[in-house]
Design a protein around this ligand. Structure first.
Ligand code: DC
Length: 212
């Protein structure tokens, strides 16, 4: 069983994917972390994230980088978004994601192109979205609450601008742009809290799997 969870930045798809994986007892892969690791490795190498060769060279990042909290910063998210436009980077990361999706017990993967490119054969495809304002606010609250960011506190208006820029880059890139698969269930969580959003999603997934 493969469950694909796609959606824009800060839509809550990561939390939903982890909870679905726990519910069904299968592993979960946050594919955004792979792109974040590549983006961070480009910076470590002193390369340019907009240069395809530099970005491809960074796909060789050490596994330990995936555990580094620095990947959760806004800065790493921005770098990830920039390296993710390069077809060579997407191709280099494809095998790893596909192997994860194909493991015998099933898997949940969250990202931008899981339902369209990585696992078009997924049993359930979700596209989780929410308004720009609510996504920016959630991201800001998360940063303030958990002090996840290694940077200075960033004003909400800056986060909102960043969300808009990230959406534009993710939606407009030529290769595997962010979009809902034609057979995905689109779920807008703008007016729901985390718990309500998860309940809604779980119900939809169970129905799709015929397990209600
Ligand atoms: O989900 P996230 O914010 O961690 O993702 C960071 C960036 O990585 C995002 O702006 C685009 C890129 N990404 C992608 O292109 N494809 C994926 N499957 C996951 C992330």
């Amino acid at each position: 069983m493969i469950i694909a969870v796609d959606g824009p930045t800060a839509s809550g798809k990561g939390t939903i994917a982890k909870r679905l994986a726990a519910h069904f007892g299968v592993p979960c892969l946050d594919t955004g972390l792979l792109y974040r690791a590549v983006g961070r490795q480009v910076a470590i190498n002193g390369g340019d994230p907009d240069n395809e060769k530099d970005a491809l060279a960074a796909c060789d990042f050490p596994d330990a980088l995936m555990e580094d909290d620095i990947l959760r910063t806004e800065d790493s998210g921005g770098l990830a978004s920039r390296v993710s436009v390069h077809p060579a980077v997407r191709e280099a990361l494809f095998k790893r994601q596909r192997a994860f999706a194909e493991q015998p017990g099933g898997a949940v993967l969250d990202g931008r192109d899981i339902g369209t490119v990585i696992a078009p054969d997924a049993d359930v495809k979700l596209f989780i979205t929410a308004s720009v304002q609510s996504r920016a606010r959630r991201r800001w609250l998360e940063m303030v609450d958990k002090k996840l960011d290694h940077e200075e506190e960033i004003p909400l208006s800056e986060i909102e601008k960043d969300v808009v820029a990230r959406d534009a880059r993710d939606i407009n890139r030529r290769d595997a742009p962010l979009k809902a698969a034609s057979d995905a269930m689109v779920i807008d969580t703008t007016s729901f809290d985390r718990e309500q959003a998860f309940e809604l999603v779980l119900e939809a997934v169970q129905e799709a799997l015929g397990k209600t």
